[in-house]
Design a protein around this ligand. Structure first.
Ligand code: NAP
Ligand code: MG
Length: 401
């Protein structure tokens, strides 16, 4: 069989620990035999980030801007323990944070739905994708403990020294205050990323805030989304047969529970933090959750939502058998290859991606899976495979299709 030929290379960002081991297995078994793979390779493994003073991360993000589509392996975000373990020059920042800031992007997290791993919410039939605004609000808040009676105010001083003030509270005793902010340009980028991605997937977009209570702060989010929708996307949405739906956050939560899924839910920073964990655990497993960073200009970086699976890696290093689930990492590759296929007009690449995803799902539905899924599946007597056996089983399914 001839290998599928690519036109533009993918930006390939290699990573750390167990996912780095899976990365190579996936390429060797599931990609290289079928595709004449073109990538520009960046090693974001912690050792290389340290050796390059983390310049490699910046270079990989720049390459992503240039080529438009990247696929990323999970990477270690260093903490004190990692500084010691890897003898680091510095506690380098999270690569995902660096890349997200450079692409000004929004992260969309989607569960992979498989029969036999049923969502806890029984009416959810299709994935619910969470888009989390990754800037500001409580994550950039300043806070104060108020020790005693007194007046707290919000003060804004413009560049000419003019002040405007708003009373927060006249305290008669001890209390607490918090100052949050956000930036209109960041909210606009968030809105555009959400609208473009909804169009891309042809899925309806939901957005919700508490604008009835927060008449300036949350209302600004609502207004910006609405303005951009009306001006730039309304017609495109209507042509695609999808809609943009705004409601109050408490109403959204109630509706999500009763929905059958199959839409994108845009969330403010805190809501996205909380609801993405709720959605991923309700759908089953972190190992079955994909993640894509989408910039407002339509640049894509695909990855798995889970980390480097450190505990499995230490077992692997000791020569012990591991049963690490590679599905989310495979879907990162298929997502990126399909997008490359769409942009470069290579239908075979899209077909290959669709087929490989179906092969992953079918393998699990046929009862062959890794340990994490065997623990939660409703399929009777599943066959528990190790990391490599599972990838080989997917390959067998793929070849038979
Ligand atoms: P993790 O790697 O996601 O793993 C947490 C636990 O979840 C694992 O110990 C494992 O449970 C289970 N798990 C996750 N993915 C799995 C898979 N594919 N197959 C089977 N089980 C899976 O999170 P972590 O241990 O908190 O973090 C490890 C490193 O990853 C950290 O250095 C962190 O900085 C990094 N991280 C990177 C990213 C990223 O690059 N996007 C995201 C998150 C974390 P059992 O051990 O019980 O089997
Ligand atoms: Mg969280």
């Amino acid at each position: 069989m001839d290998k599928i030929v690519m036109k533009t290379p993918l930006v390939e960002m290699d990573g750390d620990e167990m996912t780095r081991i899976l990365w190579k297995m996936i390429k060797d078994e599931l990609i290289l035999p079928y595709i004449d793979l073109k990538t520009v390779y960046y090693d974001l493994g912690l050792k290389n980030r340290n050796e390059t003073d983390d310049k490699i991360t910046v270079e990989s993000a720049e390459a992503t801007k240039k080529y438009g589509v990247a696929v990323k392996c999970a990477t270690i975000t260093p903490n004190a323990a990692r500084v010691k373990e890897y003898n680091l020059k510095e506690m380098w920042k999270s690569p995902n944070g660096t890349i997200r800031a450079m692409l000004d992007g929004t992260v969309f997290r989607a569960p992979i739905v498989v029969k036999g791993i049923e969502p806890v919410v029984k009416n959810w039939k299709k994935p619910i994708i969470i888009a989390r605004h990754a800037y500001g609000d409580v994550y950039k808040a300043v806070e104060m403990k108020i020790p005693s009676a007194g007046k707290a105010e919000l003060v804004f001083t413009d560049e000419n020294g003019n002040e405007s003030r708003e009373l927060i509270h006249n305290f008669t005793g001890a209390g607490i205050i918090q100052g949050q902010h956000n930036i209109c340009s960041s909210i606009k980028s968030f809105a555009r990323s959400c609208f473009s991605y909804a169009l891309d997937l042809k899925q309806t977009l939901w957005f919700a805030t508490k604008d009835t209570i927060s008449k300036k702060y949350d209302h600004t989010f609502k207004d910006i989304f609405n303005e951009i929708y009306e001006k730039e996307y309304k017609e495109k949405f209507s042509n695609a047969g999808i809609e943009y739906f705004y409601t109050l956050i408490d109403d959204a939560v109630a509706r999500v529970m009763k929905s059958e899924g199959g839409f994108i839910w845009a969330c403010k920073n805190y809501d996205g933090d909380v609801f993405s964990d709720m959605i991923s655990s309700a759908f089953g497993s972190l190992a079955m959750m994909t993640s894509v960073l989408v910039s407002p200009s339509g640049i894509y970086e695909y990855e798995a939502a889970h980390g480097t699976v450190q505990r499995h890696y230490y077992k692997y290093l000791k020569g012990e058998e591991t049963s690490t689930n590679s599905v989310a990492t495979i879907f990162a590759w298929t997502g990126a290859l399909r997008k490359r296929g769409e942009l470069d007009n290579i239908p075979e690449l899209c077909t290959y991606a669709d087929k490989l995803e179906k092969a992953c799902i079918k393998t699990i539905e046929d009862g062959k899976m890794t340990k994490d899924l065997a623990l939660i599946t409703e399929i009777k007597n599943p066959t528990v495979l190790n990391s490599m056996q599972f990838i080989k089983a997917i390959k067998d399914t793929f070849e038979s299709m």
